[in-house]
Design a protein around this ligand. Structure first.
Ligand code: HEC
Length: 175
């Protein structure tokens, strides 16, 4: 074997290993959302209550990052260099959002919170979480590719629509 041939071979083998590893990492970012149908009920009521408290905090977190983005994108708060951090935070929280909704954590009859309907149609609920992650990925691309203010604002709106669609069907607001 000539030296050049050996070097080329090593180079090609390295590429063959690196490409699948990097594309695999990308897939994982969008596909690791646990379907609601795979979750087990909490051990007891005390744990159920803590799960409900936790998921409400996660929702407050989503809200704060969303509002921060709105201030930057739609109201010109001078922090455009921080927009990406907020989108990535939304994606990080949403990645695990379904895990806060195991069976037997619905609101009590006549109360407010998460409707029992979520567990009658777990796949529809999971689908909204997945769609939300996709919209957030589009928003992230719009920001990193420095799309126009209008396009970024529209991508933010599209993402927000998933919050609204989910709430409309599966949540009763606190009066
Ligand atoms: C897939 C469905 C879904 C998506 C997407 C979703 N939410 Fe929620 N959200 C819920 C449900 C269900 C509740 C009620 C949870 C409970 O009370 O146990 C809730 C509750 C909330 C609450 C009240 C929390 C509290 O302290 O009681 C806020 C605020 C909130 N969501 C904001 C948002 C924002 C902002 C987004 C998007 C950026 C969002 N949510 C996306 C389903 C969703």
């Amino acid at each position: 074997m000539t030296r050049l041939f050996k070097i080329s071979l090593i180079f090609l083998l390295t590429i063959a290993v690196i490409i699948p590893i990097s594309s695999c990492e990308l897939d994982q970012q969008t596909q690791d959302i646990t379907p609601i149908s795979e979750l087990s009920p909490p051990e007891n009521e005390a744990v159920a209550e803590e799960i409900i408290n936790y998921r409400r905090e996660q929702m407050q977190g989503l809200s704060a990052h969303y509002r921060s983005l709105e201030a930057i994108i739609d109201e010109n708060a001078p922090f455009s260099d921080q927009a990406l951090i907020h989108v990535e935070s939304l994606m990080a929280i949403n990645q695990f959002l379904t895990q806060g909704f195991p069976p037997e954590t619905a609101m009590e009859e006549g109360e407010w919170g998460a409707k029992p309907l979520i567990w009658d149609e777990p796949d529809e609920f999971t689908a909204i979480v997945v769609a939300f992650q996709d919209r957030l990925a589009s928003l992230k691309s719009a920001i990193t590719e420095q799309a126009s203010q209008e396009e970024v604002s529209e991508a933010l709106n599209q993402a927000r629509q998933q919050c609204l669609d989910c709430h409309q069907v599966y949540r009763v607001r606190q009066p």
